[in-house]
Design a protein around this ligand. Structure first.
Ligand code: EPU
Length: 338
């Protein structure tokens, strides 16, 4: 399909917060072969603001109109490369890809069911849920440099994955646009069921020897109970990362808050649920106009209809300041704030 650069483009339907904002220029890439040409075209219309690469728009808060060029990655395609390596193009829906692998008898991605967003965005923040992170089954990805047009293959090591982070979020890494991602999966089940209520949910359904589809369905049911569907209520999933704090700070905090949940992280560090900190700083369900902290899950900010990106960002900063005052912990936003 020929490239079609559009102007003054409405981004409301392209961000899961459903915030009204426009792009001065907008270009959708649907054909992988057109990437080099698309990058050139986008760059020539980007002005000083630059090119913004948009995937599923599910991890993004638009605080105002974008006066550069939005390059929307919408390439499609999934295939089996060999016995246990599968590949998907960057614009595929992550959830559709997970279901595609399960329907072909693969295990490894079932805990990552129903995460909104695209395949190309998944490695950038090393998506994770229910005790599993993308990095555990990642094989490699191909990315094209927005600066030089070169396409390069990145193995897991070069991606430098960590909790909700990768090389692609670093200053040097931001020049790369992910074109396709490969995963190494397995046909013999090795499920991880120990996070939260997952095993309990399966047992409650009478399932003792689950298939990947059973695990996927149980994860989907838990998520649907806890997290708002962005189609019905605008949101970007977890708005903050769970803070990882030094052991000494944790011990001091726990003395004051004996019931605070905590999970050991790397040597000497402890991960604390940001949702708990936000709820206990009094922000769960707080609403200013249409911008709110979700009443069922304190880690999710929601747009009840007509919240502006600015209003959501102001609320996020209020939550951040309140948690820091009460607990001395600075929360870091998970989505890109544009
Ligand atoms: N909690 C509260 N109040 C709340 C909600 C939760 O106190 O309103 C406490 C509970 O004690 C609970 C703990 O927080 O045990 C953890 O809650 P939950 O299991 O819902 O997980 P989370 O830490 O809030 C993380 C991910 C989610 C992922 C879930 C399940 C991050 C930033 N978020 O959330 O990922 O689905 O675990 O694995 O790591 C996302 O990134 O967008 C996302 C939804």
């Amino acid at each position: 399909m020929p490239l079609n650069l559009e102007s003054n483009y409405d981004l409301t339907a392209l961000n899961s917060f459903g915030v009204a904002a426009r792009a001065a220029h907008y270009l959708r890439v649907t054909d992988d072969a057109s990437f080099p040409e698309a990058i050139q075209l986008a760059r020539s219309h980007a002005g000083e603001r630059g090119v913004f690469v948009l995937g599923g728009g599910s991890n993004l808060l638009l605080t105002k109109d974008y006066d550069g060029c939005v390059l929307h990655i919408a390439t499609q395609g999934m295939r089996v490369l060999d016995e246990d390596v599968v590949e998907a193009m960057a614009g595929e829906s992550w959830h559709a890809f997970v279901m595609w692998t399960i329907n072909r008898g693969y295990c490894g991605l079932e805990n990552l069911t129903l995460i909104h967003g695209s395949v190309g965005a998944a490695p950038i923040q090393n998506i994770g849920a229910y005790g599993v992170e993308l990095k555990e089954s990642f094989h490699s990805c191909d990315a094209i440099s927005i600066e030089t047009g070169e396409t390069r293959r990145f193995g897991a090591e070069e991606c430098a994955f960590s909790y909700r982070n990768s090389y692609f979020k670093s200053f040097a890494g931001r020049q790369w646009i992910v074109r396709r991602v490969r995963f190494k999966l397995s046909r013999s089940p090795k499920f991880k069921l120990d996070y939260g209520d997952l095993r309990k949910a399966l047992i409650a359904k009478g399932i003792l020897n689950p298939s990947a589809l059973d695990v996927s369905q149980a994860v989907a049911e838990i998520r649907m109970r806890k997290l708002p569907d962005p189609v019905l209520l605008g949101n970007a999933g977890s708005f903050f990362k769970n803070p990882v704090i030094p052991a000494a700070q944790f011990l001091a905090l726990r003395d004051q808050n004996p019931a605070m949940p905590h999970y050991p992280d790397d040597d000497g560090w402890m991960k604390i649920p940001a949702a708990w900190l936000i709820e206990h700083a009094g922000f769960k369900g707080v609403r200013h106009g249409d911008a709110a902290v979700h009443a069922q899950h304190a880690l999710v900010l929601v747009n009840h209809g007509n919240a502006t990106g600015d209003a959501l960002w102001a609320l996020a900063q209020e939550v951040q300041a309140g948690v820091e005052t009460k607990f001395g912990v600075k929360l870091k936003p998970e989505p890109i704030i544009l």
